[in-house]
Design a protein around this ligand. Structure first.
Ligand SMILES: Cc1cc2nc3c(=O)[nH]c(=O)nc-3n(C[C@H](O)[C@H](O)[C@H](O)COP(=O)(O)OP(=O)(O)OC[C@H]3O[C@@H](n4cnc5c(N)ncnc54)[C@H](O)[C@@H]3O)c2cc1C
Length: 205
């Protein structure tokens, strides 16, 4: 779900991961991830972990206190019931947040690459590392699709493979930003590209 209350409005129920986490019985009954874009410039300088972790902790406490009940109406009214959160140390109130995983992805390699207009020119192609035998893969490279998604990540892997061994010959979607598109996506891609260009989502620059 991606449209909950700010500032942690992206919610994923990840309870399927619990059996892999090795909890002693009885363990947590469910597992939830919350995230969002962090309003911070910390990625521009060496991370000040203590500072940024403190910011994220404060943000999370405020969000659980004020907003979590919009996702979980039965999680306490009028205030969030902190006892809902698992804490092996059984702390009281907001201190239970310290038993949760809080993380600010401010290290450059941990940041999500966006597709701001004019930014495509800075993306490198899979064979553009400048080093022989070093091929690039990841949603951040110039795949021809150039937006942050799993499809772009998969395309980048295929392009790296093709650069190394010639296979697969066709990477669907790599002509997305160019007239005529590429096999399999040209008709749909043309419509979608037109709609998204109008919104300023995609840029050829
Ligand atoms: C909250 C959120 C929601 C999203 N929702 C969607 C969605 O609904 N649909 C969709 O298609 N896409 C979605 N995306 C985007 C998608 O997850 C990414 O585009 C995709 O995972 C990028 O894959 P990647 O392989 O390029 O990079 P990543 O998945 O980021 O993998 C890079 C890996 O490299 C590791 N790494 C980094 N530095 C080093 C290092 N120095 N040494 C060793 N390892 C290192 C990292 O730990 C990571 O495991 C979402 C992303 C986020 C953050």
């Amino acid at each position: 779900m991606v449209s909950g209350p700010q500032a942690l409005q992206i919610w994923a129920d990840m309870s399927q991961v619990l059996p892999c986490e090795g909890w002693a019985s009885p363990g947590p009954r469910s597992l939830h991830y919350f995230c969002n874009v962090l309003a911070s410039q910390a990625y521009r300088r060496p991370p000040a972990r203590d500072e940024i972790d403190g910011d994220v902790r404060a943000l999370a406490v405020a969000w659980f206190e004020d907003e979590a009940c919009k996702f979980w109406p039965d999680a306490g009214k009028p205030h969030f019931d902190w006892n809902i959160l698992v804490d092996p140390q059984d702390r009281v109130g907001p201190k239970r947040i310290d038993a949760q995983v809080l993380r600010a992805n401010v290290d450059p390699s941990g940041c999500c690459v966006s597709s701001a207009a004019g930014s495509t020119q800075w993306r490198m192609k899979t064979d553009g590392s400048g080093f022989a035998h070093l091929y690039l893969a990841g949603a951040w490279i110039d795949t021809g699709f150039n937006t942050e998604c799993l499809e772009a990540a998969v395309m980048s892997g295929k392009q790296a493979s093709r650069a190394i061994c010639g296979s697969p010959a066709v990477v669907t979607g790599e002509g997305f930003l160019h007239a005529g598109g590429s096999p399999g996506v040209s008709a749909f891609g043309g419509l979608l590209r037109g709609a998204l260009s109008a919104l300023g989502v995609f840029s050829r620059a």
